[in-house]
Structure formats: structure tokens, C-alpha cells
Design a protein. Structure first.
Length: 211
């Protein structure tokens, strides 16, 4: 029995994997990791699910994604270290790296230090710029390399494990996703709205005090 199509955004990148295979995975993960706004994580998850469903080789997916992630972040590090703020200010807007976004990431990096390199891959926004920020902060390259390798291994390993598990049970999961997908989206919207309202309530007293 053929595996059903992948749902949502995963289905959107499946044609890329079907046509270009591991090259699409390598290219999208690589360029996302130095700031280019492409669905690198999405294609990794889709590749992992496809591997679980028997469409791709799970070991090849893991190896390709790990090395692409490492190379992308190291290129980002080189951009930040040798290009500096001047290069980012001049060209960053073309890949959505605005000065404000870089400033927020630098502030976060300064508060949490090198350990953020390890977990940055799991945080949207930081995943794309953590190498650049490390370079701008002039973190020693060997230290960055060690944290980055650990982060890449955890990131790839997590999605490979979850994606492959989902792929092996895709025939069971897909009908449930079709049946309950709308309810899940509604629940997610409620959670996001509640978090936004909580954030606004916390900010309001600060504005009142400032006035």
C-alpha cells in the first residue's frame, strides 16, 4: 500500500524531495542556517517522515542534514566574524536580517552565552542567525564548533526520531490528522491568543509606570 501524502507544510515540500532528493534537503538546511528564509527545518521533518515511510534512507537523511547544518552555521559564523555589522547592515535586509532582529538576537546571546548555540536550533529566528551572532560576538571558533556540533546532532536526532516514528505509522496517523486537524489548529490558536494576552498584560504596567 502506498503511503498517503504528507499533510500541511510537509506536503508542500514533498515535491522538492521527490524531484531533488537529498540535494534538496542539503541545500535548504544549509542556506537556512545562515539566515536565508527557506523551510529548512520543514524539509528535514518531511525527509524524516518519508524515511520512516520507506521513501528515503534514514541514515542518509541524518548524515546529510547534520553536515548541511554544520556547514551553514559555520558560513554564518564566518559572515559575522569577518563581515561584521557593516556587512549585515548593508545586505542583511535581503535575507530578512534586519538590524532590529540582529540586536534582539545579540541581546539574547549576551544573556545566555555559548550554551545558546546548542539550543538555538530549536528556536525559530535564532536557528537562522546563531552562527552570525556568534561571529559578531567573536566567540572562539573551536568553542563555537563544539557547541554547534552538539546542537546540530540534537536537532537532527530529535526530528529524525520523531519523523521516522510518524512515517512508520503514517497510515494510522493520517486519517486522525484529517479528522482532528481543524480542532488542533483551533486549540493552537487559542493557546497563542492566551500567550499574547498574557504578554500584553505584563507589558502594560511597565508602560503605565513609565508614564
Amino acid at each position: 500500500m502506498a503511503a498517503p501524502p504528507l499533510p500541511g507544510a510537509l506536503g508542500g515540500v514533498t515535491p522538492l524531495l521527490d524531484h531533488w532528493g537529498y540535494l534538496a534537503l542539503a541545500a535548504l538546511v544549509f542556506v537556512e542556517d545562515f539566515g536565508v528564509p527557506v523551510p529548512g527545518e520543514t524539509v528535514l521533518i518531511a525527509a524524516a517522515v518519508s524515511a520512516g515511510a520507506g521513501r528515503m534512507n534514514i541514515v542518509a537523511v541524518a548524515v546529510v542534514a547534520f553536515f548541511a547544518a554544520m556547514m551553514g552555521d559555520n558560513l554564518g559564523y564566518a559572515i559575522g566574524r569577518f563581515g561584521g555589522h557593516r556587512l549585515i547592515t548593508r545586505y542583511g535586509r535581503y535575507v530578512l536580517l534586519t538590524e532590529a532582529r540582529i540586536a534582539r538576537a545579540e541581546a539574547f546571546f549576551a544573556r545566555h552565552g555559548g550554551k545558546i548555540i546548542t539550543v538555538a536550533r530549536f528556536i525559530e529566528g535564532l536557528r537562522q542567525v546563531n552562527g552570525i551572532i556568534a561571529g559578531l560576538a567573536e566567540m572562539p571558533w573551536r568553542r563555537f564548533l563544539a557547541f554547534n556540533a552538539l546542537g546540530a546532532a540534537l536537532w537532527v536526532g530529535t526530528w529524525i526520531t520523531l519523523g521516522a516514528l510518524a512515517g512508520r505509522h503514517l497510515h494510522t496517523l493520517y486519517p486522525a490528522i484529517q479528522r482532528y486537524g481543524l480542532y488542533l489548529l483551533a486549540a493552537a490558536a487559542v493557546v497563542i491568543a492566551a500567550l499574547a494576552a498574557r504578554h500584553l498584560r505584563r507589558r502594560r504596567p511597565r508602560r503605565d509606570d513609565a508614564g
